[in-house]
Design a binder for this molecule. Structure first.
Ligand SMILES: Nc1ncnc2c1ncn2[C@@H]1O[C@H](COP(=O)(O)OP(=O)(O)O)[C@@H](O)[C@H]1O
Ligand SMILES: [Mg+2]
Length: 321
């Protein structure tokens, strides 16, 4: 069976004056899947979404979205997609219900009233529906925005940092909605700065760094490449050096020292390394411990390991996976 891609871009470039926001973005999102475009601030995520949703024209490169050419068939692309941006497109003077109905009329959706009511209910907004949106919380406005982008049942939905700055309850509602949509066959491309979000929602992750995709893979593949981060805090400089020796031996990675905190940490890809094992090894080496942790990688770890030149920590054999 051949894979059909809902989004397939090649070499997308976009420049703003001197800034090269996208420097050849290649993305492939299989139909019916969730792709998380993961990257730090300024990586080019919003620019990618604006290009792929026809809000901006690429300087170079090409893409097909929902089966249509991004540039030559821009109107058809717009018709088949939904988008929720970082700034909501809600009119605060209108109530939630009025906003959705207006949206539905603009897009000539039949049965606008019914569809609006259904979506308000779906996103936990039914109770507030008839109050002006200006008085709503940020989380409620974001949910309303997402509801608006679903009015037309898009084939491909683009979400630009849908949960940044949201309270946990709103975040969960949005995560559930994304899962439900993909269950119905919608393809979702979402951008995020949260590794956890990508991990929970995405079938595939595209790690973007400075306008390019630096790495792609499933969340598990990504975690396998990164491993975990072990950190030890000790009382003095002498213990710090000995702790670094233990970490070096256990992880095979070069430990980084924080002399102000008397802390030393190292990434490890050894899945058999547990906290008790770490503590026992330090104990055996006579290192007096103040604290020891073993935690999943943060986005910073991911970027340090997979996008910077120091990614030499992963050898070429492993890279070929
Ligand atoms: N309209 C614009 N004018 C000038 N520079 C821009 C504009 N939009 C984005 N940029 C720059 O392009 C780069 C990528 O930005 P953006 O796509 O917003 O990244 P992200 O969404 O990943 O934070 C940044 O350096 C940003 O400052
Ligand atoms: Mg952005």
């Amino acid at each position: 069976m051949t894979t059909t891609y809902a989004v397939l871009s090649e070499g997308l470039e976009k420049r703003f004056g001197e800034v090269r926001a996208l420097r050849g973005l290649d993305l492939a999102v299989a139909e019916g899947t969730v792709c998380a475009v993961l990257g730090p601030n300024g990586a080019g995520k919003t620019t990618a979404v604006r290009l792929l949703t026809t809000l901006l024209r690429p300087d170079a490169g090409s893409a097909r979205v929902a089966g249509c050419d991004l540039v030559r068939e821009a109107a058809a692309v717009r018709h088949r997609i939904g988008v929720t941006g970082q700034d909501t497109s809600i009119d605060g003077d209108l109530t939630g219900r009025e906003n959705l109905r207006l949206f539905a009329r603009l897009h000539r959706v039949r049965g606008a009233a019914g569809r609006a009511a259904e979506l308000l209910d779906r996103f936990g907004l039914a109770e507030a529906a008839d109050r002006p949106a200006s008085g709503w919380s940020g989380g409620m406005r974001r949910r309303l925005d997402l509801a608006a982008s679903l009015i037309r049942r898009p084939e491909v939905l683009f979400l630009d940092e849908p949960t940044t700055g949201l309270d946990p309850a709103s975040r969960t509602l949005i995560w559930d909605a994304v899962r439900e949509l993909t269950g119905q066959g919608t393809t979702v491309l979402l951008t995020t700065q949260y590794l956890e979000e990508a991990d929970r929602l995405a079938d595939d992750i595209a790690l973007v760094d400075r306008g390019r995709v630096a790495h792609t893979g499933s969340p598990d593949q990504l975690k396998d490449r990164i491993g975990a981060y072990a950190e030890v805090v000790v009382a003095d400089a002498d213990a710090l050096v000995r702790a670094a020796g233990v970490l070096d031996r256990l992880t095979g990675a070069e430990p980084s020292l924080d002399r102000e905190r008397n802390a030393v940490g190292a990434v490890t890809r050894d899945r058999t390394l547990t906290l008790p094992r770490l503590v026992r090894a330090l104990d055996a080496a006579g290192v007096p411990l103040l604290d020891a942790t073993l935690r999943p990688p943060t986005l910073d770890d991911v970027f340090l390991r997979l996008t910077r030149p120091s990614a030499h920590l992963i050898d070429d054999k492993e890279r070929a996976v």
